[in-house]
Design a protein around this ligand. Sequence first.
Ligand code: NAX
Length: 329
Amino acid sequence: MTAPIRVTITGAAGAIGYALLFRIASGAMFGSQQPVELRLLEIPQAVDAAAGTALELSDCAFPLLRDVNVTDDAGTAFDGSNYALLVGAMPRKQGMDRADLLSANAAIFSTQGRAIGARAADNVRVLVVGNPANTNAAIARAAAPDVPAERFHALMRLDHNRAIGQLAQRAAVAPSQVRKLTVWGNHSNTQVPDIDHALIGDRAVRECIADDAWLDGPFIECVANRGAEIIRARGASSAASAASAVIDHVADWHHGTATNNWVTVARPSQGEYGVPEGLVFGMPATASAGEWHTVEGLEWSDRTRAAIARTVADLEGERDAVRELGISI
Ligand code: NAX
Protein backbone atom coordinates (compact mmCIF):
# COMPACT_ATOMS: atom_id res chain seq x y z
CA MET A 1 0.00 0.00 0.00
CA THR A 2 1.40 3.41 -0.98
CA ALA A 3 1.45 5.84 1.97
CA PRO A 4 -0.89 8.81 1.41
CA ILE A 5 0.48 12.25 0.63
CA ARG A 6 -0.88 14.85 3.04
CA VAL A 7 -1.84 18.13 1.36
CA THR A 8 -2.84 21.23 3.30
CA ILE A 9 -4.96 23.81 1.50
CA THR A 10 -5.56 27.20 3.10
CA GLY A 11 -8.53 29.28 2.02
CA ALA A 12 -10.22 25.99 1.25
CA ALA A 13 -13.72 27.51 1.24
CA GLY A 14 -12.79 30.09 -1.38
CA ALA A 15 -13.28 30.02 -5.13
CA ILE A 16 -9.87 28.55 -5.97
CA GLY A 17 -10.17 26.06 -3.12
CA TYR A 18 -13.47 24.81 -4.52
CA ALA A 19 -11.93 24.30 -7.96
CA LEU A 20 -8.75 22.72 -6.56
CA LEU A 21 -9.82 20.21 -3.92
CA PHE A 22 -11.77 17.91 -6.20
CA ARG A 23 -8.97 17.72 -8.72
CA ILE A 24 -6.38 16.83 -6.06
CA ALA A 25 -8.73 14.19 -4.64
CA SER A 26 -9.38 12.75 -8.11
CA GLY A 27 -5.68 12.09 -8.73
CA ALA A 28 -4.88 14.96 -11.11
CA MET A 29 -1.98 16.18 -8.96
CA PHE A 30 -0.14 13.00 -7.95
CA GLY A 31 -1.45 10.39 -10.35
CA SER A 32 -4.03 7.66 -10.33
CA GLN A 33 -2.21 5.35 -7.90
CA GLN A 34 -1.34 7.83 -5.15
CA PRO A 35 -3.69 8.16 -2.15
CA VAL A 36 -4.07 11.63 -0.60
CA GLU A 37 -5.20 13.15 2.67
CA LEU A 38 -6.52 16.70 2.73
CA ARG A 39 -6.18 19.23 5.55
CA LEU A 40 -8.37 22.28 4.99
CA LEU A 41 -7.49 25.48 6.84
CA GLU A 42 -9.98 28.34 7.03
CA ILE A 43 -10.71 31.34 9.18
CA PRO A 44 -13.36 30.60 11.84
CA GLN A 45 -16.17 32.31 9.88
CA ALA A 46 -15.57 30.05 6.87
CA VAL A 47 -14.97 26.72 8.60
CA ASP A 48 -18.62 25.68 8.10
CA ALA A 49 -18.39 26.37 4.39
CA ALA A 50 -15.18 24.32 4.16
CA ALA A 51 -16.89 21.53 6.11
CA GLY A 52 -19.66 21.63 3.51
CA THR A 53 -17.08 21.12 0.78
CA ALA A 54 -15.70 18.19 2.78
CA LEU A 55 -19.20 16.64 2.68
CA GLU A 56 -19.19 16.93 -1.09
CA LEU A 57 -15.72 15.38 -1.27
CA SER A 58 -17.07 12.41 0.64
CA ASP A 59 -20.01 12.20 -1.75
CA CYS A 60 -17.64 11.88 -4.71
CA ALA A 61 -16.35 8.55 -3.27
CA PHE A 62 -12.93 9.26 -4.77
CA PRO A 63 -10.92 6.02 -4.59
CA LEU A 64 -7.70 7.89 -3.67
CA LEU A 65 -9.08 10.14 -0.94
CA ARG A 66 -8.21 8.74 2.47
CA ASP A 67 -9.12 11.49 4.90
CA VAL A 68 -10.33 15.10 5.05
CA ASN A 69 -9.90 17.32 8.07
CA VAL A 70 -11.25 20.87 8.42
CA THR A 71 -9.81 23.27 10.97
CA ASP A 72 -9.13 26.92 11.81
CA ASP A 73 -5.93 26.02 13.67
CA ALA A 74 -2.75 26.40 11.61
CA GLY A 75 -0.76 23.91 13.72
CA THR A 76 -3.36 21.20 13.18
CA ALA A 77 -3.66 22.02 9.48
CA PHE A 78 0.07 21.78 8.75
CA ASP A 79 0.79 18.81 11.02
CA GLY A 80 2.68 16.24 8.95
CA SER A 81 1.98 18.15 5.76
CA ASN A 82 3.93 17.09 2.65
CA TYR A 83 2.57 19.85 0.41
CA ALA A 84 1.22 23.14 1.76
CA LEU A 85 -0.84 25.15 -0.71
CA LEU A 86 -1.30 28.63 0.73
CA VAL A 87 -4.29 29.92 -1.19
CA GLY A 88 -6.14 32.03 1.42
CA ALA A 89 -5.04 35.64 1.79
CA MET A 90 -6.42 39.00 2.80
CA PRO A 91 -7.94 40.59 -0.33
CA ARG A 92 -7.42 44.29 -1.03
CA LYS A 93 -10.44 46.11 0.35
CA GLN A 94 -11.63 49.59 -0.47
CA GLY A 95 -9.37 52.23 1.05
CA MET A 96 -6.48 49.81 1.63
CA ASP A 97 -3.13 50.92 0.28
CA ARG A 98 -0.23 48.62 -0.51
CA ALA A 99 1.23 48.94 3.00
CA ASP A 100 -2.09 47.94 4.60
CA LEU A 101 -2.39 44.96 2.28
CA LEU A 102 1.19 43.83 2.90
CA SER A 103 0.78 44.25 6.63
CA ALA A 104 -2.42 42.15 6.80
CA ASN A 105 -0.83 39.44 4.70
CA ALA A 106 2.47 39.56 6.56
CA ALA A 107 0.58 38.57 9.71
CA ILE A 108 -1.15 35.66 7.95
CA PHE A 109 1.92 34.31 6.16
CA SER A 110 4.25 34.70 9.15
CA THR A 111 1.85 32.68 11.30
CA GLN A 112 1.45 30.01 8.66
CA GLY A 113 5.21 29.90 7.95
CA ARG A 114 5.90 29.36 11.66
CA ALA A 115 3.31 26.58 11.83
CA ILE A 116 4.87 24.92 8.77
CA GLY A 117 8.33 25.12 10.35
CA ALA A 118 7.04 23.64 13.60
CA ARG A 119 4.64 20.95 12.40
CA ALA A 120 5.01 20.01 8.73
CA ALA A 121 6.78 16.88 7.47
CA ASP A 122 10.53 17.11 6.85
CA ASN A 123 9.96 16.99 3.10
CA VAL A 124 7.30 19.76 3.07
CA ARG A 125 6.99 21.81 -0.10
CA VAL A 126 5.10 25.09 -0.07
CA LEU A 127 3.31 26.86 -2.90
CA VAL A 128 1.88 30.31 -2.20
CA VAL A 129 -1.08 31.40 -4.32
CA GLY A 130 -2.61 34.17 -2.18
CA ASN A 131 -1.57 37.63 -3.34
CA PRO A 132 0.82 39.36 -3.31
CA ALA A 133 2.04 35.81 -3.85
CA ASN A 134 5.78 36.35 -4.37
CA THR A 135 6.23 38.51 -1.29
CA ASN A 136 3.89 36.33 0.80
CA ALA A 137 6.12 33.38 -0.10
CA ALA A 138 9.18 35.32 1.06
CA ILE A 139 7.41 36.11 4.35
CA ALA A 140 6.44 32.47 4.96
CA ARG A 141 9.97 31.36 4.12
CA ALA A 142 11.49 33.81 6.59
CA ALA A 143 9.20 32.47 9.33
CA ALA A 144 10.38 28.89 8.78
CA PRO A 145 14.18 29.13 8.83
CA ASP A 146 14.63 25.39 9.33
CA VAL A 147 12.84 24.52 6.10
CA PRO A 148 15.17 24.85 3.08
CA ALA A 149 14.46 28.19 1.36
CA GLU A 150 14.09 26.61 -2.08
CA ARG A 151 10.98 24.75 -0.89
CA PHE A 152 8.96 28.01 -0.86
CA HIS A 153 7.45 28.92 -4.21
CA ALA A 154 4.87 31.38 -5.46
CA LEU A 155 2.45 30.49 -8.24
CA MET A 156 3.40 31.95 -11.61
CA ARG A 157 2.32 28.93 -13.60
CA LEU A 158 -0.98 30.62 -14.34
CA ASP A 159 0.87 33.48 -16.06
CA HIS A 160 2.96 30.89 -17.90
CA ASN A 161 -0.12 28.93 -19.00
CA ARG A 162 -1.88 32.12 -20.08
CA ALA A 163 1.08 32.94 -22.34
CA ILE A 164 1.05 29.44 -23.82
CA GLY A 165 -2.68 29.70 -24.45
CA GLN A 166 -2.28 32.97 -26.35
CA LEU A 167 0.57 31.69 -28.53
CA ALA A 168 -1.17 28.38 -29.28
CA GLN A 169 -4.35 30.19 -30.32
CA ARG A 170 -2.47 32.62 -32.51
CA ALA A 171 -0.45 29.86 -34.23
CA ALA A 172 -3.47 27.52 -34.35
CA VAL A 173 -1.57 24.67 -32.67
CA ALA A 174 -2.18 22.58 -29.56
CA PRO A 175 -0.82 24.20 -26.37
CA SER A 176 1.50 21.22 -25.92
CA GLN A 177 3.39 22.43 -29.02
CA VAL A 178 4.55 25.58 -27.21
CA ARG A 179 7.72 25.11 -25.13
CA LYS A 180 10.46 26.98 -23.35
CA LEU A 181 8.80 30.24 -22.54
CA THR A 182 9.37 32.17 -19.35
CA VAL A 183 7.45 34.73 -17.35
CA TRP A 184 10.10 36.58 -15.35
CA GLY A 185 9.57 38.44 -12.10
CA ASN A 186 6.52 39.26 -10.05
CA HIS A 187 2.98 37.91 -10.37
CA SER A 188 1.74 41.45 -11.01
CA ASN A 189 1.32 43.55 -14.09
CA THR A 190 5.09 44.16 -14.12
CA GLN A 191 5.69 40.50 -15.02
CA VAL A 192 7.75 39.90 -18.15
CA PRO A 193 6.49 37.24 -20.57
CA ASP A 194 9.53 36.31 -22.69
CA ILE A 195 9.21 34.33 -25.90
CA ASP A 196 12.69 34.94 -27.25
CA HIS A 197 13.80 31.35 -26.51
CA ALA A 198 10.39 29.75 -26.92
CA LEU A 199 9.51 27.23 -29.58
CA ILE A 200 6.35 26.20 -31.37
CA GLY A 201 7.02 22.67 -32.46
CA ASP A 202 10.70 23.00 -33.36
CA ARG A 203 10.56 26.54 -34.72
CA ALA A 204 11.24 29.81 -32.96
CA VAL A 205 8.06 31.63 -31.96
CA ARG A 206 9.13 34.75 -33.87
CA GLU A 207 9.53 32.66 -37.01
CA CYS A 208 6.27 30.79 -36.59
CA ILE A 209 4.20 33.87 -35.69
CA ALA A 210 5.84 36.41 -37.96
CA ASP A 211 4.31 39.42 -36.23
CA ASP A 212 6.78 41.14 -33.91
CA ALA A 213 4.40 44.04 -33.35
CA TRP A 214 1.84 41.63 -31.82
CA LEU A 215 4.44 39.64 -29.88
CA ASP A 216 6.05 42.74 -28.36
CA GLY A 217 2.78 44.58 -27.71
CA PRO A 218 -0.72 43.06 -27.44
CA PHE A 219 0.57 39.59 -26.51
CA ILE A 220 2.53 40.86 -23.49
CA GLU A 221 -0.27 43.25 -22.49
CA CYS A 222 -2.82 40.46 -22.68
CA VAL A 223 -0.84 38.02 -20.51
CA ALA A 224 0.17 40.62 -17.92
CA ASN A 225 -3.39 41.98 -17.59
CA ARG A 226 -5.34 38.76 -18.09
CA GLY A 227 -6.47 38.65 -14.45
CA ALA A 228 -8.24 42.00 -14.84
CA GLU A 229 -9.78 40.89 -18.15
CA ILE A 230 -11.20 37.76 -16.48
CA ILE A 231 -12.70 39.86 -13.67
CA ARG A 232 -14.35 42.18 -16.19
CA ALA A 233 -15.76 39.26 -18.17
CA ARG A 234 -16.85 36.93 -15.34
CA GLY A 235 -17.48 39.41 -12.57
CA ALA A 236 -15.15 37.24 -10.47
CA SER A 237 -11.45 36.52 -10.48
CA SER A 238 -9.72 33.53 -12.10
CA ALA A 239 -10.45 30.43 -10.08
CA ALA A 240 -10.52 27.23 -12.17
CA SER A 241 -7.53 28.33 -14.25
CA ALA A 242 -5.61 29.22 -11.09
CA ALA A 243 -6.46 25.81 -9.60
CA SER A 244 -5.34 24.12 -12.81
CA ALA A 245 -2.03 25.97 -12.66
CA VAL A 246 -1.54 24.81 -9.05
CA ILE A 247 -2.09 21.23 -10.23
CA ASP A 248 0.49 21.70 -13.01
CA HIS A 249 3.06 23.29 -10.70
CA VAL A 250 2.84 20.64 -7.99
CA ALA A 251 2.60 17.75 -10.47
CA ASP A 252 5.89 18.92 -12.01
CA TRP A 253 7.44 19.29 -8.56
CA HIS A 254 6.40 15.75 -7.73
CA HIS A 255 6.95 13.93 -11.02
CA GLY A 256 9.54 16.19 -12.73
CA THR A 257 9.18 18.39 -15.79
CA ALA A 258 9.06 16.99 -19.32
CA THR A 259 12.38 16.60 -21.11
CA ASN A 260 13.25 19.36 -23.56
CA ASN A 261 11.08 21.88 -21.83
CA TRP A 262 11.08 24.24 -18.87
CA VAL A 263 8.36 26.04 -16.96
CA THR A 264 8.08 29.24 -14.96
CA VAL A 265 8.55 28.88 -11.23
CA ALA A 266 8.77 31.76 -8.76
CA ARG A 267 11.24 30.77 -6.06
CA PRO A 268 13.80 32.53 -3.90
CA SER A 269 16.57 33.95 -6.05
CA GLN A 270 20.06 32.75 -5.28
CA GLY A 271 21.42 35.58 -7.39
CA GLU A 272 20.77 33.96 -10.76
CA TYR A 273 20.61 36.48 -13.62
CA GLY A 274 21.68 39.19 -11.17
CA VAL A 275 18.29 39.11 -9.40
CA PRO A 276 18.78 40.21 -5.77
CA GLU A 277 19.07 37.22 -3.48
CA GLY A 278 15.90 36.28 -1.62
CA LEU A 279 13.39 37.91 -3.98
CA VAL A 280 10.83 35.27 -4.96
CA PHE A 281 11.17 35.69 -8.70
CA GLY A 282 9.64 33.99 -11.72
CA MET A 283 12.39 32.16 -13.61
CA PRO A 284 12.73 29.32 -16.08
CA ALA A 285 13.29 26.04 -14.25
CA THR A 286 13.21 22.28 -14.62
CA ALA A 287 12.39 19.75 -11.93
CA SER A 288 13.58 16.22 -11.27
CA ALA A 289 13.37 14.08 -8.13
CA GLY A 290 11.57 16.85 -6.26
CA GLU A 291 14.26 19.49 -6.83
CA TRP A 292 14.19 22.50 -9.16
CA HIS A 293 17.08 23.84 -11.20
CA THR A 294 17.06 27.27 -12.76
CA VAL A 295 17.76 27.27 -16.49
CA GLU A 296 20.77 29.54 -16.71
CA GLY A 297 22.49 31.34 -19.54
CA LEU A 298 19.45 32.70 -21.43
CA GLU A 299 20.15 36.02 -23.10
CA TRP A 300 17.81 38.98 -22.77
CA SER A 301 16.94 41.49 -25.46
CA ASP A 302 17.32 45.16 -24.45
CA ARG A 303 13.52 45.38 -24.18
CA THR A 304 13.36 42.33 -21.86
CA ARG A 305 16.27 43.60 -19.77
CA ALA A 306 14.54 46.96 -19.19
CA ALA A 307 11.24 45.25 -18.33
CA ILE A 308 13.00 42.91 -15.90
CA ALA A 309 14.56 45.90 -14.13
CA ARG A 310 11.00 47.21 -13.58
CA THR A 311 9.70 43.93 -12.13
CA VAL A 312 12.78 43.68 -9.86
CA ALA A 313 12.05 47.21 -8.62
CA ASP A 314 8.39 46.24 -8.05
CA LEU A 315 9.42 43.29 -5.86
CA GLU A 316 12.08 45.30 -4.05
CA GLY A 317 9.38 47.88 -3.26
CA GLU A 318 7.19 45.16 -1.71
CA ARG A 319 10.16 43.72 0.17
CA ASP A 320 11.15 47.12 1.56
CA ALA A 321 7.56 47.85 2.64
CA VAL A 322 7.51 44.53 4.54
CA ARG A 323 10.88 45.35 6.12
CA GLU A 324 9.42 48.65 7.29
CA LEU A 325 6.91 46.58 9.25
CA GLY A 326 9.87 45.14 11.15
CA ILE A 327 9.80 41.78 9.36
CA SER A 328 13.15 40.71 8.00
CA ILE A 329 12.76 39.06 4.61
P1 NAX B 1 -11.66 33.85 -2.20
O1 NAX B 1 -11.90 35.17 -1.55
O2 NAX B 1 -12.77 33.18 -2.95
O3 NAX B 1 -11.19 32.81 -1.07
C1 NAX B 1 -10.18 33.11 -0.16
C2 NAX B 1 -10.41 32.23 1.04
O4 NAX B 1 -9.30 32.39 1.92
C3 NAX B 1 -11.66 32.63 1.83
O5 NAX B 1 -12.48 31.49 2.01
C4 NAX B 1 -11.11 33.15 3.15
O6 NAX B 1 -11.96 32.85 4.25
C5 NAX B 1 -9.79 32.39 3.22
N1 NAX B 1 -8.79 32.98 4.13
C6 NAX B 1 -8.53 34.30 4.31
N2 NAX B 1 -7.59 34.44 5.26
C7 NAX B 1 -7.24 33.18 5.64
C8 NAX B 1 -6.34 32.68 6.60
N3 NAX B 1 -5.61 33.49 7.36
N4 NAX B 1 -6.23 31.35 6.75
C9 NAX B 1 -7.00 30.50 6.02
N5 NAX B 1 -7.90 30.92 5.10
C10 NAX B 1 -8.01 32.25 4.91
O7 NAX B 1 -10.37 34.04 -3.10
P2 NAX B 1 -9.85 33.10 -4.29
O8 NAX B 1 -10.47 33.52 -5.56
O9 NAX B 1 -9.93 31.68 -3.87
O10 NAX B 1 -8.33 33.59 -4.37
C11 NAX B 1 -7.42 33.29 -3.34
C12 NAX B 1 -6.14 34.08 -3.51
O11 NAX B 1 -5.50 33.72 -4.73
C13 NAX B 1 -6.32 35.58 -3.58
O12 NAX B 1 -5.32 36.21 -2.77
C14 NAX B 1 -6.08 35.90 -5.04
O13 NAX B 1 -5.64 37.23 -5.23
C15 NAX B 1 -5.02 34.91 -5.37
N6 NAX B 1 -4.78 34.59 -6.78
C16 NAX B 1 -3.51 34.31 -7.15
C17 NAX B 1 -3.20 33.92 -8.45
C18 NAX B 1 -1.80 33.57 -8.84
O14 NAX B 1 -1.59 33.27 -10.01
N7 NAX B 1 -0.80 33.61 -7.95
C19 NAX B 1 -4.25 33.86 -9.50
C20 NAX B 1 -5.63 33.75 -8.95
C21 NAX B 1 -5.90 34.56 -7.72
O15 NAX B 1 -6.13 35.89 -8.11
